[in-house]
Design a protein around this ligand. Structure first.
Ligand code: AMP
Length: 213
């Protein structure tokens, strides 16, 4: 099964993708994670995208489509979860072509709906494990008092460079201008399933499971 998790920054796409990886042996393809890795590795591409990401703008379609193309070459296990991709209509068309080339298809697009105030609150309270990417929230799931990640025991918590109010405004703007038209696009294709992303993590997880059956 190949699915897209679609939703604004802070909707919980990464958190839910991790459940699908554990429970369905799927492969999470997060273009945001791939770009952050490139940034850390100090490659030419990493340097190119670092500023764009810090501002909250989208990087070029060409770069992210190239990243996804490479990943689709590998093992597909229980299928792919596209997390944070596609974010523009040209990316959506490119994904359809890439999947068709592989004889694969898209099975569902899960739209995670969350209201804007909740997004701002979530993102400004968000931190992640510097090692495994486990997501924490200052209010609902604080970094453990013993100082190490619940998942991998790593002691290093980190905040994303773009999880600040200024970048967030721009990321939301990019979402509404360039990504939200994909909701209509996938609705028209008959692929869209909408879940309420505002509930508890396990409620959202159950809604996604129900949407996939
Ligand atoms: P995310 O981790 O999905 O929130 O992505 C973080 C940042 O990476 C975004 O704000 C963009 O700058 C960049 N990015 C991630 N995915 C894409 C994409 N599909 N298209 C363009 N830029 C992207």
């Amino acid at each position: 099964m190949n699915i897209i998790l679609l939703g604004p920054p802070g909707a919980g796409k990464g958190t839910q993708a991790r459940f699908l990886v554990e429970e369905r042996n799927m492969i999470q393809l997060s273009t945001g994670d791939m770009l952050r890795e490139a940034k850390e590795s100090g490659t030419a591409m990493g340097r190119l995208v670092a500023e764009v990401m810090a501002r909250g703008d989208l990087v070029t379609d060409e770069i992210v489509i190239g990243l996804i193309r490479e990943k689709l070459e590998g093992d597909k296990r229980g299928g792919f979860i596209f997390d944070g991709f596609p974010r523009t209509l040209p990316q959506a068309d490119a994904l359809a072509d890439l999947l068709a080339e592989k004889g694969e298809r898209l099975d569902a697009v899960i739209e995670m709906q969350v209201d804007d105030d909740a997004l701002v609150a979530r993102i400004t309270a968000r931190s992640t494990c510097g090692n495994c990417g486990e997501v924490y929230n200052d209010q609902t799931k604080p970094w453990p008092a013993d100082g190490s990640c619940v998942n991998c025991d790593n002691p290093q918590v980190s905040r994303r460079a773009d999880d600040n109010e200024e970048s967030l405004k721009q990321r939301l703007m990019e979402y509404y201008k360039k990504t939200s038209p994909l909701i209509g696009y996938y609705y028209a294709k008959g692929d869209l399933r909408t879940v309420n992303g505002l509930g508890e993590i396990n409620e959202v997880k159950a809604s996604i499971e129900a949407a996939l059956t």
